[in-house]
Design a protein around this ligand. Structure first.
Ligand SMILES: Nc1nc(=O)c2c([nH]1)NC[C@@H]1CN(c3ccc(C(=O)N[C@@H](CCC(=O)O)C(=O)O)cc3)CN21
Ligand SMILES: CC(C)C(=O)C(=O)O
Ligand SMILES: [Mg+2]
Length: 276
């Protein structure tokens, strides 16, 4: 499957049109590409999922770049999006510098950044410079504290209006798509209907044009919390734990390594070395 272009992406409207999954390293990106996803997101969720932070706030550009490069090596033929970490896009100048690093050093195809109306000047600067941008409204984890925690957004008129106006403004600023995170399905439906660019939902119901999930959530190797929107398609964590436990058992019992996993040599060479 050939890598999608931004022009292709802009036309992907209708539920089921875009499949996105996060990946943070070579093996997971490789698995995602082999599974045939449309888009890989190197999400700043990596701070919580693979670095063990309590939120996405501490994640740095250097940490992100390290993982973007690894994921790119694992999935050279899949459209790859780098998530801009907290404060890396606080000004248009900072955003240009940091998004530029993701594309030039990391090999990313696009960047994603959190926010609505308040990030319009930043999005405009990136788009003007030729950097493809994916928007992100609803629950924006980098500012979750101001939103009352990791909760559904847009349940009251004021919050819903902010999401609608944010999505509209992002489209006008030139994004090629908008992530809708943790918003009620009826609101996600209306936003999806009025935008000409695709929406990609996570906890936004079946009505968005695309879906995204965190890799480790869907394969069952993340246990710290389980948002309602997560569906586990495997119990890979249990599988991995059983594999390591079996290895430990076999080493302790002298079962592993056996001849099939060891190397022999000619007896007389060993005799020469030891002189016996
Ligand atoms: N592994 C992982 N998956 C994610 O989807 C994810 C991350 N990490 N890290 C960054 C953000 C944080 N996100 C989160 C984190 C927690 C909940 C959660 O606990 N939600 C509960 C409570 C909802 C409420 O109180 O309203 C839920 O039942 O969905 C949701 C989204 C989404 N993102
Ligand atoms: C959940 C997605 C949209 C994200 O921003 C991330 O993984 O960091
Ligand atoms: Mg993120």
């Amino acid at each position: 499957m050939a890598k999608l272009t931004v022009l292709d992406l802009k036309a992907k409207k209708g539920p089921g049109s875009l499949v996105m999954v996060t990946a943070y390293d070579y093996p997971t990106a490789r698995i995602a590409q082999e599974a045939g996803v449309d888009l890989i997101l190197v999400g700043d969720s990596l701070g919580m999922v693979v670095l063990g932070y309590d939120s996405t706030v501490p994640v740095t550009m250097e940490e992100m770049l390290h993982h973007v490069k690894a994921a790119r090596r694992g999935a050279p033929e899949t459209f790859l999006i780098a998530d801009m970490p907290f404060l890396s896009f606080a000004t248009p100048e900072a955003a240009l510098e940091n998004a530029g690093r993701f594309l030039k050093e990391g090999g990313a195809d696009a960047v994603k950044l959190e926010g609505g109306l308040e990030v319009v000047p930043v999005v405009e600067a990136l788009v003007r410079a030729g950097i493809p941008v994916l928007g992100h409204v609803g629950l924006t984890p980098q500012t979750a504290s101001s939103l009352g925690g990791y909760r559904v957004q847009g349940k009251d008129a004021e919050s819903a209006r902010r999401i609608v106006e944010g999505a509209r403004a992002l489209e006008a600023a030139g994004v090629w798509g908008v992530v809708l995170e943790m918003v009620p399905t009826p609101l996600a439906r209306r936003v999806t209907e009025e935008l000409t660019v695709p929406t990609i939902g996570i906890g936004a119901g079946p009505v968005t044009d695309g879906q995204v999930l965190v890799f480790h959530d869907l394969v069952g190797i993340f246990d710290r919390f389980k948002p309602k929107f997560v569906k586990r398609y495997a119990e890979a964590g249990a599988l991995m734990r059983e594999a390591v436990a079996a290895y430990a058992r076999e080493v302790r019992e002298g079962v592993f390594p056996d001849e099939a996993h060891s190397f022999g040599m000619r007896e007389e060479i060993l005799k020469k070395v030891y002189g016996d």
